[in-house]
Design a protein around this ligand. Structure first.
Ligand code: DHB
Length: 530
């Protein structure tokens, strides 16, 4: 039986038998009449996971708490509820996770809803009618471990992923003794019986903030240290992790949080891990064309005028960010961005990869990729050759589609309108009205979905620590989006660990244990007895 339905069953039984409530029914009664958001530590199921790390299997025994509503007035509790996993024994030895970091595992994909009652994880649960992976409006083809390898040098950037056979980062976090909280969340697809949409922006970020507040509200009851909440997600989930990390305690969301009955507690996070973040949505079209305009290996035909106009608008936007590069690079202007990306991220990523190869393998790779120069120590190449190698996958505009067909168009819909334009460029181009303006209120919604808005303002609630990763061949978004986020955060004094996985695709994670070790490093936490 689905435990989420238990309170309803218990209430029904109690109504039928008002004078004779059995003791077992009392034990299953709703959390607490006084506090609907109270976490009850004694109500768990037990599960055992086998987790592989460095060629060895480990047994992790967990207490699992499922389907806990994290708001007092849910719009739909199937989405606004979460699971908690607490390691209690590792390889047969008891562990105490009461002071451990808490990983908030954001499983949102495609800005789609995550149904916690049905097991969460939008990536594997697309609704009927959802376009197939890779198609407009559909989920992306994944670049994670197990994705089919594409030979290098074919304009698809290899799409390799290498985890060394290790477990997922969530399982590895449990093996390290951390608590993992996995929230459901509303998304653009949510529609009630009367046809109204109830998960359009900013619902997803409101829900994730409410989940963070729930964890803090239950400090001392819910295992783990709520001062060490670390959000993690990939793609749209990476974008939301970045937004959660950047917008901590912003009053902009307060009215929505109150409306759903979120706990009265802070919603900032200590650290944010973002993989292939799909974010900075209102600048994503121009960034994409700046990077890929005219690239011969583009996998779809685009309107060249649209592509050129968007690309031309980008440098002024980049200049306006006023970013300063690492290691004395100086201003990362539109004119200097490509060299900054190459020098700081892309070439070092190729170098690191080529150094892992044996000589024969490296020589074979270099023969297959003659555009890469190797001086015996370091890789170098031109930005243009690199973009040809990637082979961009999206059309133009990539996000605010002229036909309103993308997840982003639908994210910015309303209760009664499925999809809207959210950039003046696409609105004007699609309507043919050169002076058309975004609908009132939409500008603020777009800001509320953009971590760069908070970075630009030096928002005090921004997380202190950031782990940013992307596959070098991910073309779901321009590479500049994550790199600008990293640079903006560095310029505001945040601790940023950012890198590309060479030839990795969308959501690539070659180093899941790296994130787990990073959490140990920024918190100083070690599982007791280790
Ligand atoms: C995702 C991928 C996209 O290309 C996009 O535009 C939005 C979301 C995703 O994988 O979550």
């Amino acid at each position: 039986m689905n435990p989420i339905r238990l309170p309803a069953l218990v209430s029904a039984l109690c109504l039928a038998l008002p004078l004779a409530m059995p003791s077992w029914a009392a034990a299953l009664a709703p959390a607490s009449d006084a506090d609907p958001l109270r976490f009850l530590p004694e109500r768990f199921e037990t599960e055992t996971h086998t987790v592989r790390l460095a060629g060895q299997d480990h047994e992790v025994r967990l207490h699992v708490y499922r389907h806990l509503p994290y708001v007092a007035r849910p719009v739909d509790v199937a989405y606004q509820s979460l699971d908690v996993k607490v390691p209690v024994a590792i390889d047969g030895r008891a562990v105490d996770a009461s002071a451990a970091p808490i990983v908030l595992d954001i499983t949102v994909g495609g800005y789609h809803s995550v149904n916690n009652a049905q097991g969460g994880g939008a990536m594997g649960m697309m609704p009927p009618g959802m376009p197939p992976p890779g198609a407009e409006g559909g989920p992306p083809p994944m670049g994670q471990a197990g994705a089919p390898a594409v030979p290098a040098g074919e304009g698809r950037g290899g799409q390799r992923s290498f985890t060394g056979g290790n477990g997922s980062r969530v399982d590895l976090a449990l093996l390290a003794g951390y608590v993992v909280v996995t929230p459901g969340a509303r998304g653009w697809d949510n529609q009630s019986a009367d046809g109204r949409y109830f998960g359009k922006a900013p619902a997803a970020i409101v829900d994730l903030k409410a989940a963070v507040r729930y964890v803090r509200h239950n400090a001392g009851r819910l295992p783990g240290n709520p001062q060490w909440i670390v959000s993690a997600g990939c793609s749209a989930g990476g974008g939301l992790s970045a937004l959660l990390g950047a917008s901590g305690n912003s009053p902009l969301y307060e009215a929505e949080l109150r409306a759903v009955g979120a706990a009265d507690a802070p919603d900032h996070v200590f650290a944010s891990a973002c993989y292939s973040p799909i974010t900075d949505l209102e600048h994503a079209d121009m960034s994409y064309e700046w990077m890929y305009q005219g690239v011969a290996t583009r996998r779809v035909k685009v309107d060249e005028t649209v592509s050129r106009e968007l690309a031309a608008a980008f440098p002024a936007h980049q200049d306006s960010l006023g970013l300063q590069g690492r290691a004395g690079f100086g201003p990362v202007t539109g004119a200097r961005l490509a060299s900054y990306m190459l020098q700081t991220y892309t070439q070092p990523s190729a170098t690191a990869y080529l150094r892992t190869l044996g000589q024969a393998e490296r020589e074979a790779y270099l023969v297959a990729n003659p555009w890469i120069r190797w001086d015996g120590q370091q890789a170098s190449f031109s930005f243009a050759d690199y973009t040809v190698h990637v082979g961009p996958k999206k059309g133009a505009p990539a996000f605010d589609s002229l036909t309103l067909g993308t997840p982003e168009n639908r994210l910015f819909g309303t209760a009664t309108v499925d999809a809207r334009h959210f950039t003046p460029y696409s609105l004007r181009r699609a309507s043919g009205q050169a002076d058309a303006e975004l609908e009132p209120g939409l500008r603020q919604l777009v800001d509320m979905m953009n971590p760069m808005y908070f970075v630009a303002q030096q928002h005090p609630g921004m997380a202190a620590h950031w782990w940013l990763r992307n596959g070098s061949s991910d073309s779901d978004n321009a590479q500049s989006v994550m790199i600008n986020l990293a640079t903006g955060l560095e310029n505001r004094g945040r601790d940023v660990n950012a890198a590309l996985f060479w030839d990795g695709g969308h959501c690539a994670d070659d180093d899941p244990q790296g994130m787990v070790d990073w959490i140990a490093q920024i918190t100083g936490y070690r599982r007791p007895g280790r």
